[in-house]
Ligand binder design. Sequence first.
Ligand code: F6P
Length: 552
Amino acid sequence: MAADPQTQVKRRTSRQSVWRALASHYKTVSKQQLRQLFAGDPRRGQRMALEGVGLYLDYSKNRVTDETLKLLLQLAVESDLRPRIDAMFNGEKINITERRAVLHVALRAPKNASILVDGKNVVPEVHAVLDRMENFSNRVRSGEWKGHTGKRIRNVINIGIGGSDLGPVMAYEALKHYSERDMNFRFVSNVDGTDFAEAIQGLDPAETLFIVSSKTFTTLETMTNAQTARAWSVAGLGGDEKSVSRHFVAVSTNAGEVSKFGIDTANMFGFWDWVGGRYSMDSAIGLATMLAVGPDNFRAMLSGFHQMDEHFRTAPFEGNLPVLMGLLAVWYNDFFGAQTAAVLPYEQYLKRFPAYLQQLTMESNGKHVTLDGKPLKHDTGPIYWGEPGTNGQHSFYQLIHQGTRLIPCDFVAFAKTLNPLGRHHDILLANVFAQTEALAFGKTPEQVKAEGTPDWLVPHRVFEGNRPSNTILAERLTPEVLGKLVALYEHSVFTQGVIWNIDSFDQWGVELGKVLAQRIIPEVENGPEPMLNHDSSTNTLIRRYRKLKESQ
Ligand code: F6P
């Protein structure tokens, strides 16, 4: 519930005063070196670390002091983080521009929980869908569910984009170790026909099941791919339209559009408008994940999510992993002016994790106005990017170590590998520790000179250090740990959004391009040269495209 206007003014004033205190404190901290901070506090590495639900976060290599943390935590309090967390968990309509509750946390709530939306407990519906998904997954995985010709399903292709693709792909890749290896899982998202053409390479339509995943069931890319898939499937199954019911299932909130497409709603798995696309990987959108890893592993993943939800909801802010990570993100974004943040998983199975996080973080917090529509006075939404280590070390790390920009990094690593192979894992982990050490402490001119480096070469070989990083260490990548990790970032994004006082749950910025594309499609398709009323650049590009595509 919103506070009364007087309290709101008081809150705003104290929030502004903490913000000013942070700005002035930044002037001191920005001159301090991590080298000094560690030298002055031999226990810093133990003190500035947190353990929550089995994830260890070392944040000691950040450019912070105890005073910074005190001020950031105060900022969280003055920004009403606690009541805003409660509002989300209580099903209040905190996505104010779409007047929706934001309840991805309900997707992983235990059966006996009660979470109300408009006075109705949504948890039983969540579990009813999960049970249907489980039943379906078991039937497909066991071969009981047959294709149109009686063959068992060997291939599953998820068609979706954005949140209806990135979560399922990331989770499939992350949990491949636990997946059914006798089946193929592929993902089609791009409207570029190449994506579909490559996904079906070598597949027999009689053994192929498509999951059309779309919250709205109107997304241009997904519907175009779904039509193409349907044509390919039906043609490959003797032209019999009845085959669709054995080879297509839908995941959506829009039963009307699903039936219009020709998928029986008996083969539809639903979810709800209070699940944002980028927060939907543990709704029915995760059907491909469940088919790949099985219901037990899927439920273990949900349990991981839930454990982190509870940690976020109940832990005091100073011991709260997502709160701390969110506040550190704000610290670099708004006070150091860092424009980007790198996420560097030292785990090959997490190769799609940075791509997944890009939608989660940037679609959520890429906003330019406050909740009450006022222009923001500070930056929001850092640009997230990354690649698994050690590969990134041999491409872009040079810029992180010696470039002119400050890039806070999150290193994610696991103590136990899923594929023990001689020395590989120790070497991998040694690299994580080496990188964070090198970033923080660098190499001084004196050290470089002492190695006998000629004077002219010294500046090139100096590492300034003082480059901040978090290290997240977990025991092993399991479905449960994956859930914890994703929820950690979800709630860090939430924390950042609360500090910036923005709506982290809408995405109006993607609309204009969609509308313009719809206008341009008929102008680029065949037919007589249309009257073009765009700007001169767009008109010329369209004309050139039309000419080029028709040339021999
Ligand atoms: O265009 C952005 C977006 O709306 C995302 O937020 C969403 O995840 C994606 O498109 C896909 O939407 P849908 O699931 O409705 O097809």
